[in-house]
Design a protein. Structure first.
Length: 395
């Protein structure tokens, strides 16, 4: 655009002002060229199995009956990756109805997937981001999709048209690495070093209404009742009231190191916080609920309750600052494997619901449940996007 400004007033020897009437038209042209370039990159990497021509499936075939029978028994089923050429998957999110899955990528793009067909749902969403997209979230009503990137920008997309609704939004400072919506769809929370709160009652004209928190170290979690949980570098978790944008009681201190993940149970009665161990809190008393679930040499990247509240998952990644140390004792039942895995517990007993979910070969950055609690999606730095059918908890 600097070159355009020179050329627009070349005969005068001056530089065109930022208010020159021709500049908006040139900016629009540049944006279209960038979108086309990014789309060509994506199309060139798309495997044939992701095309819109799905292979026919024989109804009620033997293999289908086997899968259905296994599901009815409540068994875990591991599926092949939906895609393994995505150059890094940094976050995943299901739409409220579960039919769409959004993924964040290195290519400055967001991709939507058809969950049932397990293929891309149209072209990628490009434009607005100028760095790696790190986080994606659907609004509770499913109409909006927000994405945040290392450039500090947040894009707000219309899910039906796949177009941005407004100009890029910015976090206060740093990368836009975690975002969330309020339960009533009226607030968008975007975090860099602090959480910036915007009123998106009119999503085409978001308005900043507040700022909360410092030294964040975990993705945001919002309860159905409108409380926000944040994790911090000093080992504490803080709960905030989204109506007042004020702290709700004292911080919860249960970890010696930074809090790396937080999650509310669907009914909002429990809060899971994680660092090297998972700690459960009773939100009525603000007291620890039992003993920590486990301890690990690695860091817990993400914790999630299933929408029905019957499962809790924890994604673990190795911590380069604290590599595993050989131990003669067999303590496999008490510690996480330092490999790239997801652990699943039944919340009725806090016992393992199945063997750890393994298959990724690099750090798992994104994980999410579908609305029916049976599907679980994981995205990794290894470029793989995977779907898992999780077990049905025993009653």
């Amino acid at each position: 655009m600097a070159l355009v400004r020179v050329l627009l007033t070349y005969d005068t020897g001056a530089l065109a002002s930022l208010n020159h009437p021709e500049l908006p038209r040139w900016r629009e042209r540049w944006s279209r060229v960038q979108e086309q370039k990014e789309q060509r990159k994506i199309d060139s990497r798309s495997p044939r199995r992701d095309s819109n021509h799905a292979e026919p499936v024989t109804a009620h075939g033997l293999s289908e009956q086997v899968v259905i029978t296994a599901m009815r028994r409540g068994e875990q089923i591991q599926m092949f990756p939906i895609s393994d050429d995505l150059e890094g998957v940094w976050d995943v999110a299901f739409s409220p109805d579960g039919r769409l899955l959004a993924t964040a990528h290195d290519l400055r793009t967001v991709q939507l997937w058809d969950t049932v067909a397990q293929r891309r749902a149209g072209k990628a969403l490009v434009g607005g981001h100028i760095g790696r997209v790190m986080t994606v979230r659907f609004s509770p009503n499913g109409r909006l999709l927000a994405s945040g990137s290392v450039d500090g920008r947040i894009m707000l997309w219309d899910v039906s048209t796949r177009r941005p609704l407004c100009q890029p939004l910015v976090v206060s400072t740093g990368e836009a690495w975690t975002i969330a919506f309020s339960p009533d769809n009226h607030l968008l929370l975007g975090a860099g070093r602090t959480v910036r709160v915007r009123d998106i009652t009119d999503p085409e004209q978001p308005e900043v209404v507040g700022k909360m928190g410092v030294n964040l170290s975990a993705a945001l979690a919002v309860s159905p009742a409108g409380f926000l949980a944040t994790g911090h570098t000093d080992g504490a978790a803080q709960v905030w009231n989204l109506k007042t944008l004020e702290k709700d009681e004292a911080p919860l201190r249960g970890h010696a190191a930074e809090v790396t993940a937080v999650a509310f149970s669907p009914d909002g009665r429990l809060l899971a916080t994680a660092s090297r161990a998972v700690q459960i809190w009773d939100m009525n008393t603000r007291a620890m609920f039992g003993e920590p679930l486990t301890d690990t040499y690695g860091l817990i990247q993400k914790v999630s309750f299933s929408p029905d509240g019957r499962l809790l998952t924890a994604v673990v990644r190795p911590d380069p600052r604290n590599p595993p140390v050989a131990d003669d004792e067999d303590d496999a039942d008490e510690t996480f494997d330092a490999a790239y895995a997801t652990h699943v517990w039944e919340t009725s007993s806090w016992k393992a619901a199945c063997e750890p979910l393994t298959g990724h070969t690099d750090t798992i950055w994104g994980a999410a449940f579908s609305s029916d609690s049976r599907l679980y999606a994981t995205g990794s730095q290894d470029g793989q996007l995977r779907l898992w059918i999780l077990p049905t908890p025993r009653t």
